[in-house]
Write a protein that binds this ligand. Structure first.
Ligand SMILES: Nc1ncnc2c1ncn2[C@@H]1O[C@H](COP(=O)(O)OP(=O)(O)O)[C@@H](O)[C@H]1O
Ligand SMILES: O=C(O)C1=C[C@@H](OP(=O)(O)O)[C@@H](O)[C@H](O)C1
Ligand SMILES: [Mg+2]
Length: 313
């Protein structure tokens, strides 16, 4: 459900509110704009709220509202205020709401779009051009950190922006995890694991991502704790499917098993060799029961089959 939700972030004037409305029409999903929700709740405009209660009060309302929305399991599109992603806690809440799309914009475009605008209290000053430049620069890092997808909007028509967003949000985000010794492919026991090296595997997976229009990230570690940390990260980074080759940890890491059990996205356990036909200690997989599918003995091709499984092919 979460994966169809879209959250639009970006600087004032980047088009969050207007893109949200158009996207809602295109995807036939409801839309909520957090500024409008706050205005309705407070019974006054954002400008009046800033003037009467101050920016800090508005920021508290913003975070409070995001918390409520995140708990509500709402399906649809959200556009938020330009300052929302500045607080790290808000960035985490936005990710809980859906796929976060940053409408990235240059200061000159903001100025062109908003000169003469009176509804944005932060730009009501003697030199709005300079204020935009400074504020945008100070926020850019937070915007990019909070985004799953970035769409540059300068010089683009609305339709082009909508097409890009739809293409990006349809990309499934898959994480491939390779455990100990997989970086030694092409070096270790070639009769079992083949002669191709690890880079060959990475290139193969990258081609699969391009062919299927999906986003595949590959992580490799020889350390149990690092693998667990990465699985936990997948809980909140928008990962929609996990392919894991836990290497020898397969046979005894209850800790990796427990980490996998806590993530509900589809999971595939893959082994290059057929572990059921090797030494006795390899016949047991403690991770298999918490995965949705096992692919054994298909060589490197097994990774592609695992990706297909996640994509529902
Ligand atoms: N792609 C675009 N090209 C030109 N103008 C745009 C585009 N997207 C939005 N605008 C205009 O920019 C202004 C700010 O848009 P708005 O949706 O309110 O942005 P935000 O919610 O990010 O502040 C509006 O006048 C809107 O019509
Ligand atoms: O950038 C900001 O801090 C703000 C942006 C505004 O929303 P838009 O980005 O939709 O203009 C609104 O939340 C408020 O004026 C503060
Ligand atoms: Mg807006």
């Amino acid at each position: 459900m979460r994966s169809r939700n879209v959250v639009l972030i970006g600087f004032m004037g980047s088009g969050k509110t207007s893109v949200g409305l158009r996207l809602s029409y295109r995807l036939r999903l409801p839309v909520e704009d957090t500024d409008r929700l706050i205005e309705r709740r407070e019974g006054c405009s954002i400008s009046e709220l800033f003037a009467e209660k101050g920016e800090e009060y508005f920021r508290r309302q913003e975070t409070e509202l995001l918390r409520e929305l995140a708990e509500r399991n709402y399906a649809g599109i959200f556009s938020v205020g330009g300052g929302t992603p500045v607080r790290p806690e808000n960035r985490a809440l936005l990710r809980r709401l859906g796929k976060v799309v940053l409408l990235r914009i240059k200061p000159e475009t903001v100025y062109d779009r908003l000169k003469g605008d009176t509804a944005r209290p932060l730009l009501q000053c003697a030199n709005p051009r300079e204020r935009i430049r400074q504020l945008l620069e100070s926020r850019q890092e937070a915007y990019e950190d909070g985004a799953d997808v970035i769409v540059d909007v300068d010089g683009k028509e609305m339709e082009e922006i909508l097409d890009e967003i739809v293409k990006e949000i349809n990309k499934m985000k898959i994480l491939v995890i390779n455990g100990p010794n997989l970086n030694f492919l092409g070096i270790r026991e070639k009769s079992v694991y083949g002669t191709q090296d690890y880079q060959y595997l990475l290139d193969m997976i990258q081609r699969k991502a391009e062919d299927t229009g999906s986003e595949i990230t590959v992580f490799q570690s020889n350390h149990e704790g690092a693998i667990i940390d990465r699985i936990q990260e997948a809980y909140s980074d928008g990962t929609e499917g996990i392919v894991i080759n836990p290497g020898a940890y397969t046979h005894y890491s209850y800790a990796i098993r427990d980490a996998l059990a806590s993530i509900t996205v589809p999971k595939v356990e893959i082994h290059i060799s057929d572990i059921t036909k090797r030494e006795d200690f390899r016949k047991v997989s403690v991770t298999a029961p918490v995965c949705d599918r096992q692919i054994y003995g298909q060589g490197l091709e097994g990774y592609l089959q695992a990706v297909d499984f996640i994509l529902g092919r």
